[in-house]
Ligand binder design. Structure first.
Ligand code: PLP
Length: 410
């Protein structure tokens, strides 16, 4: 019998040998790990002693406990955690790609991911960014040197949803690594393994940790990709079970060598937050849906972007794939000149750039997160001057709707 996510999460530590029967995994702050017998020290280095530790840059018992939980949540084969979502993404790109390789990415990606693509281009990696809502655009961009296809489940701030299942099939047919950033949906709403993703990345800083108190990121191997056929696995790592090759390379090169390691204290904080993830996402998705409907009917609002609305272009797919339509929505004010006044009248949402917090966070998009991009890029990406992004928190639905009502009424 498969228990549901929360049931599994809250019993995970207790069922995996926690010292003294503690219900929670203790925090192991040690950076060094010692052994009675030198054979065991050697065995940890050579990977023949399983589950051993030597230096915290490669992991601790506390980060390993978090990794095991995330592997369960994503239905994967293994997970590596990092100090932030960006560290996790950089580890994927920098350890699995080399100069001359080509990536096809959705053109609607997180701003800092887009910035990393600039760095990759400087290193000689080619990137084509396409509208991945139609699989034909992804298919048309594939070349002989394409190694990877990258998408986000729900784009921020426009909430576009790629044609994820068809892209998964395409990647399988072409033998390409399919990487899905599951941050906005989180495993509470969606497992990218279901659409054929080979690697799933999550920013743990958002919904999974959930309380705006810890940064972290993760990479999960779903078991869907055949690493034995991947040309960029280093000779050293082409030994033993090919199923382990991908994560092994990401751990050795991306975590051990590059050092974006998560601390035990932050891993513990994230694990605690994750226990209530499903409960929070149920509430925040319900509020997001109610607020989206309220805003869609409001005369001061020109458009609402939320996958839960029937007017959303990928509504049917969201309904098919996701348990709910998430806590992320955006809307356009009819009169962008009223932006500052409307946002300043709001009493509950915090004017802040983050997402996936217990508090509702709100930000005008064009003058902040898309300011550096410039007007031409904003126009190309459909970022209107009156666009506002809202990350819904756990406040009561009716309180938030009342607040938006008074702020928009002026
Ligand atoms: C926040 C975010 C990231 C980066 O994660 P950090 O933990 O902030 O480094 C990556 N992708 C998406 C979709 C995000 O929202």
């Amino acid at each position: 019998m498969t228990e549901n996510i929360t049931t599994r999460l809250v019993h995970a530590d207790r069922r995996s040998n926690v010292e003294h029967g503690g219900l929670h995994k203790p925090i192991h702050p040690s950076t060094q790990y010692g052994f009675e017998r030198v054979e065991d020290l050697i065995g940890v280095f050579q990977g023949t002693v399983k589950g051993g530790f030597n230096y915290a840059r490669q992991g601790t018992p506390t980060t390993a406990a978090l990794e095991a939980k995330l592997t369960q949540l994503e239905g994967g084969r293994g997970t590596i955690v990092f100090s932030s979502g960006m560290a996790a993404l950089c580890a994927i790109f920098l350890t699995l790609l080399k100069a001359g390789d080509h990536i096809v990415s959705s053109r609607y990606v997180f701003g800092n991911t887009n910035s990393v693509f600039g760095t990759l281009r400087n290193l000689g990696i080619e990137i084509d960014m396409v509208d991945a809502c139609a699989v034909e655009n992804v298919a048309a961009a594939i070349k002989p040197n394409t190694r990877m296809v990258f998408v986000e489940t729900v784009a921020n701030p426009g909430t576009q949803i790629p044609d994820m299942a068809a892209i998964g099939q395409l990647c399988r047919d072409k033998g390409l690594l399919y990487v899905v950033d599951n941050t906005v949906t989180s495993p509470a709403l969606f497992q990218p393994k279901a659409v054929g993703a080979g690697l799933v990345m999550n920013s743990l800083s958002k919904t999974i940790s959930g309380h705006g108190g810890a940064l972290g990121g993760s990479v999960t191997d779903t078991g869907e990709f055949d690493w034995s056929a991947y040309p960029n696995i280093f000779e050293n790592y082409r030994k033993g079970d090919a199923a382990q090759w991908g994560l092994q390379q990401i751990r050795k090169k991306g975590l051990r060598d590059m050092g974006g390691s998560l601390s035990s204290e932050q891993a513990n904080q994230i694990a605690l937050g994750a226990e209530t993830m499903s409960l929070r996402v149920r509430q925040t998705s319900e509020t997001a849906m109610a607020l989206a409907q309220f805003l869609a009917a409001h005369p001061a609002v020109a458009a609402v972007h939320y996958p839960g609305l029937e007017t959303h272009p990928q509504h049917a797919k969201a309904k098919q794939w996701f348990r709910a339509a998430s806590w992320l929505l955006s809307f356009e004010l009819k009169d962008p000149s009223t932006m500052n006044a409307v946002l300043n009248r709001l009493r509950i949402p915090v004017k802040a750039t983050g997402m996936g917090d217990t508090r509702t966070l709100i930000i005008p998009v064009a003058p902040t997160i898309f300011w550096e991009a410039g007007a031409a890029v904003r126009a190309e990406m459909g970022i209107a001057d009156g666009l506002v992004r809202v990350s819904i928190g756990i406040e009561e639905t009716e309180d938030l709707i009342a607040d938006f009502g008074q702020a928009l009424a002026g």
